[in-house]
Design a protein around this ligand. Structure first.
Ligand SMILES: [Zn+2]
Length: 163
C-alpha cells in the first residue's frame, strides 16, 4: 500500500531537488537546498546554500530557509513545520531546526556516504543522533528520501563546477 506521508515527502523532495538544481546555472552553484512547509502544507520558505556567495559559513541551505521562514511567520517558532534538505543536515543546521521547534526533518543524501565523496567532512554524529540526544522524540528525522535524486544533484553540481 502507498503511504500518503511517504508520497508527500517524496513529492516535496523532488520539487526541492528541482529548485536546488536551478543554482547550477548561477555563479555560485550548490547541491545544498532546503525547504520548509507549515502544518497546513504550505511551502513557506525555500533556499539554497549561499556560503560562497555571502562568504559566510553559516549560510547553509537549511539556515537560509529557517531565516526566511521565521520572517514569513513572524515568530522564532516553526512548530508544526517540516524541513526538507537535499543532504543530511550538519550539526549546526540540525540544532537550528530543533531550536526553531521544527517537528520533522527530511533529507535526501547522507553526509558520510554521499556528500563526503565531494567534501572530506565526515560526521561522527548523525542528524538523528542529534535530534534524539537533544529532545527525545520531539523532532523526527526521516533519512534518505529520494536519495538517488539527491545523489544525482551532487553529480550534476560537480559537472557544473568542473565545466
Ligand atoms: Zn548545515
Amino acid at each position: 500500500m502507498i503511504d500518503p506521508i511517504e508520497t508527500m515527502h517524496s513529492d516535496r523532495m523532488k520539487s526541492l531537488v528541482e529548485f536546488t538544481s536551478s543554482s547550477l546555472s548561477t555563479d555560485y552553484p550548490s547541491p545544498f537546498g532546503a525547504s520548509i512547509y507549515d502544518a497546513e502544507g504550505t511551502l513557506i520558505a525555500q533556499a539554497y546554500d549561499t556560503v560562497m556567495r555571502e562568504g559566510d559559513p553559516t549560510c547553509h541551505g537549511e539556515i537560509n530557509a529557517v531565516r526566511k521562514a521565521v520572517k514569513k511567520v513572524g515568530s522564532q517558532s516553526l512548530k508544526g513545520c517540516t524541513l526538507y534538505s537535499t543532504c543530511e543536515p550538519c550539526s549546526m543546521c540540525m540544532s537550528t531546526s530543533i531550536w526553531a521547534e521544527i517537528e520533522t526533518v527530511v533529507f535526501g543524501a547522507t553526509v558520510n556516504e554521499d556528500a563526503s565523496q565531494y567534501w572530506e567532512q565526515p560526521l561522527d554524529i548523525t542528524a538523528s543522533e542529534i535530534a534524539n540526544r537533544m529532545l527525545g522524540d520531539k523532532c523526527t528525522v526521516v533519512p534518505k528520501v529520494e536519495r538517488a535524486l539527491a545523489q544525482q544533484l551532487f553529480k550534476d553540481w560537480k559537472a557544473a563546477i568542473d565545466a
